[in-house]
Design a protein around this ligand. Sequence first.
Ligand code: FAD
Length: 246
Amino acid sequence: MQVLIVYAHPEPQSFNGAMKDLAVATLTAQGHGVEVSDLYAMGWNPVAGPDDFTGPRAKTASFSLAREQTVAVETGTLAADIAAEQAKLTRADLVIFQFPLWWFGMPAILKGWADRVFARGFAYLPGRKYDTGMFHGKTAMVVATTGTSEDTYAPDGIDGDILSVLWPIHNGLLRYTGFDVLHPYMAYMPARLDAEGRATQLAGYKARLQSLSETPRLFFHPATDYGPDERLKPGVQARSGVQRNV
Ligand code: FAD
């Protein structure tokens, strides 16, 4: 399969860098094609705005990012850096997002990658979301590091359930656009472990990469579980992410 690793860490010698390098080596050895978007090394511009377009403004009275994205996708007038990332996404069967958890989310450079690359018309349109999302058939996996322990990210931990912390990425970005989402691979507080602890984390990640086809997917309610108001139908037990019955 073809794999895209979107990697966001400013330091190549970081633990995230080691995980990215391990993924490239392991997946390549398995015969997969691997591309890496190393956002800091690329000098990726994370700020979405008027400079994202090379054609004439579709709407002149006021600037609408979504409107300009839609027209630019149709006319092939997105900026070259965005178009190149979209081509990588189109080629990919699996997309791995490799990053350190910063303020309970992605580093801004990666969030800005999503803002610009997951453009309206390319990643979503009316009627094309979740089960009918535009990336249906593709798989994604978050691989992240933290500053604190696995206990702090337990369901009763001080930081909250890691699957709740990652829900905006898993559901809002990936499932929304149609991806099947694998359980994340978390390397908890690598900076506070000894060499043996970090080696165990890397070995665990290598084992994950070698068993992707058996890795469980996160559960998301199918469209048939929702009523016309897009709320779970009465009697459907909320089972995914942060959703709950009320
Ligand atoms: P590094 O510090 O780069 O590496 C850890 C250790 O691994 C180092 O000793 C390094 O030398 C070693 N190492 C590197 N390569 C290898 C290798 N090949 N083999 C073995 N060891 C190796 N944490 C949270 O939990 N929640 C938050 O919300 C959060 N917000 C943050 C916000 C900001 C702005 C910042 C800067 C940090 C935040 N943190 C948070 C902490 C952050 O998540 C961690 O510092 C980060 O995830 C650690 O990963 P790293 O790759 O940067 O580790």
